[in-house]
Design a protein around this ligand. Sequence first.
Ligand SMILES: NC(=O)c1ccc[n+]([C@@H]2O[C@H](COP(=O)([O-])OP(=O)(O)OC[C@H]3O[C@@H](n4cnc5c(N)ncnc54)[C@H](OP(=O)(O)O)[C@@H]3O)[C@@H](O)[C@H]2O)c1
Ligand SMILES: *[C@@H]1O[C@H](CO)[C@@H](O)[C@H](O)[C@H]1NC(C)=O
Ligand SMILES: *[C@@H]1O[C@H](CO)[C@@H](O)[C@H](O)[C@H]1NC(C)=O
Ligand SMILES: CC(=O)N[C@H]1CO[C@H](CO)[C@@H](O)[C@@H]1O
Length: 312
Amino acid sequence: MTVPTTTLPTGAKLPLLGLGTWLSKPDEVKNAVREALDAGYRYIDTAFIYKNESEIGDVLQEYICSGKIKREELFITTKLFCSHNRPEEVEAEMRDSLGRLKLDYVDLYLIHGPVPFEHDMSAQLPDVRVEDTWRGMEGVFEKGLAKAIGVSNFSIEQVERIQKVAKVPIHNIQVECHIYFPQFDLHDVCKKHNISFTAYAPLGSPGRLQQTAGKWELSPSPLEDDTVKSIAEKHGKTPAQVLIRHLIQRGLSVIPKSVNEKRIKENFDVLDFELNEEEISKLNSAKHCQRLFVGDLFKGHYEDPYKLERKQ
Ligand SMILES: NC(=O)c1ccc[n+]([C@@H]2O[C@H](COP(=O)([O-])OP(=O)(O)OC[C@H]3O[C@@H](n4cnc5c(N)ncnc54)[C@H](OP(=O)(O)O)[C@@H]3O)[C@@H](O)[C@H]2O)c1
Ligand SMILES: *[C@@H]1O[C@H](CO)[C@@H](O)[C@H](O)[C@H]1NC(C)=O
Ligand SMILES: *[C@@H]1O[C@H](CO)[C@@H](O)[C@H](O)[C@H]1NC(C)=O
Ligand SMILES: CC(=O)N[C@H]1CO[C@H](CO)[C@@H](O)[C@@H]1O
């Protein structure tokens, strides 16, 4: 089955389903990417900070060189880490990522977070603004190193500020999005600006909750949600498949992460069923609204994307 796509302002097609690779360890990620490509995934999401670009690049090269997959069929995203948000640093970082990925270009390059830091992350840089970093992003777009550019972890206000001054508009935003944090307002703003929308942590990022012990009680898992479970049962699907399908039917691009062969296939097997309007509206009105990725490291900076929420 072909994955549905959305069209970027550049004319390129962004698949609505891809593989996330955060917390995919270098020794696991190669197999995960192979299994994903074999299952039909063509969109892979990585980042400098996931420390697995090299391994992903090895597998991509393997598939491209053997002729199994053409470069044009792939959609590869990576991200500029917030230790290098100064505009003059963007191109060198982008070229380093391309080197590790063994590619001439990426399909999408994102600013990972709006708050700039020193190289060693020891302190925030008070004076760099998102508009500054965006100038660097426009540079790599104009050179063809990135076929599209975008932002991650940005607020509505930051999106609006960039659109106001941009020579190249934002092509994609990647933010946390799942039934308990549906991001309807940000999505509306993106629709207004023709910005494609990628949902991270679509399953509620259970891997992350393991890392921050104690948060689990505060943050029930969307995978355990009663509405999700009953809809899944009706369709003979799993809760994960319902959560992914729901976001796809909202027109969002979804990047569930897995390193497990069975779950990689399961997460892709969402193209042969459809949620009806009643099911969608039930899922859209899930009550439990909260951010899982609260971004403490951003606190105190002018560009803290969540500063208004923190004051409430
Ligand atoms: N831009 C950013 O700052 C940012 C932040 C977070 C994430 N992301 C991107 O978004 C991707 C997805 O987000 P995420 O990894 O945080 O969370 P997620 O995709 O919601 O959840 C991944 C977790 O769920 C498990 N899982 C996967 N499929 C499952 C299934 N069918 N049933 C039950 N459990 C399942 C995975 O374990 P197994 O691997 O063992 O299957 C993993 O622990 C990331 O990998 C990354 O590429 C970006
Ligand atoms: C952007 O605009 C194009 C052309 O009008 C449209 O086909 C596409 O669906 C829009 N994409 C998004 C993500 O809004
Ligand atoms: C994205 O934002 C979340 C907080 O919302 C944070 O946990 C994550 O580290 C951010 N990514 C980067 C690299 O800035
Ligand atoms: C950063 C990168 O692309 N690859 C790294 C993946 O992780 C291993 C081990 O953590 C590093 O040695 C690689 O450099």
